[in-house]
Ligand binder design. Structure first.
Ligand code: HXC
Length: 260
């Protein structure tokens, strides 16, 4: 697939998306958001994709936020449309059947931090910096940041980070539960690829069902979430992978799961 502002690569079921506007530190303009919207729709329909890695071009930034040169010309109406396009695009990530890992190679600020938060989990370079600096622009986060950050790190910590526009290093972000792993820059993509390969070897139906159970379940009470989990557990048996996985264990061999 060809895009103007991002690079799409696919190898052995693992897709790498590189946000590619390095001169603007990969800032999210309307065109890039629209391309991501199109790409996520295509991924939802591609049963050959096991895992997606999302990263930024260059060695400086993952994404330095929404494109401020576009924000500068907005009014209330166009700003809401812009926020809506970004929110819809980011909401698609949780609905994709395959895991999406944010590989944060540098600045993840504003909309960039929000994009990373919308992914299933984050691996970060030691050089990465996270923050929501919108208040310094007289704005607030608009791509789900007030919601996802509060759910991830708690309301009080989210409010301190938003109100102060403070930037935090990867290690601090990890201590807050924002980031799963912090790695030296030269090992970041390699380690993310290894994790992606581990996930890609599992049964795709069971991965999709686990992802949906976590994302849907976290929004509801424990009893309702557990009910959804039980239904998803039952659905695992609609795939031959459940029979293959359990038989392989009993026969003391490695399971070979289906490709779709
Ligand atoms: C447009 C940006 C940009 C952005 C950087 N650039 N961030 N352009 N939008 N968000 C451009 C700069 O203008 C500059 O272009 C080039 O990228 C390099 O940036 P520098 O500032 O020269 O680099 P440096 O001094 O290293 O500082 C890096 C930085 C800083 C700390 C990341 O660029 C910065 O603070 N950026 C803005 C971060 C921010 O406020 N993000 C939140 C945006 S609001 P030129 O042409 O001069 O070389 C947001 C809202 C989301 O995200 C919700 C919307 C609904």
């Amino acid at each position: 697939m060809e895009f103007k502002n991002l690079i799409y690569e696919k190898e052995e079921g693992i897709v790498r998306i590189t946000l590619n506007r390095p001169k603007a530190l990969n800032a999210l303009n309307a065109e890039l958001i629209s391309e991501l919207n199109v790409l996520f729709d295509a991924l939802a329909a591609d049963d050959g994709v096991r895992v997606v890695l999302l990263t930024g071009a260059g060695d400086k930034a993952f994404v330095a936020g929404a494109d401020i040169s576009e924000l500068a010309h907005m009014d209330s109406f166009s700003a809401r449309i812009f926020a809506d396009a970004g929110q819809s695009m980011m909401a698609k990530i949780a609905l994709l059947p395959m895991p999406v890992i944010a590989v944060v190679n540098g600045f993840a600020l504003g909309g960039g931090c929000e994009l990373a938060l919308a992914c299933d989990f984050i691996y970060a370079s030691e050089k990465a910096m996270f923050g929501l600096p919108e208040e310094t622009l007289g704005l607030i986060p608009g791509f789900g940041g007030t919601q996802r950050l509060a759910r991830r790190v708690g309301a009080a910590m989210a409010m301190e980070l938003i109100f102060t526009a403070k930037r935090i290093k990867a290690e601090e972000a990890k201590a807050l539960g924002l980031v799963n792993r912090v790695l030296p820059p030269e090992q970041l993509m390699e380690e993310a690829q290894k994790t992606a390969a581990t996930i890609a070897a599992m049964g795709p139906a069971a991965i999709a069902l686990a992802k949906a159970a976590v994302h849907r379940g976290i929004e509801v009470d424990l009893i309702s979430g557990s009910y959804m989990e039980k239904e998803a557990f039952g659905l695992c048996f609609a795939s031959p992978d459940a029979k293959e996985g359990t038989s392989a264990f009993l026969e003391k061999r490695k399971a070979v799961f289906s490709k779709t």
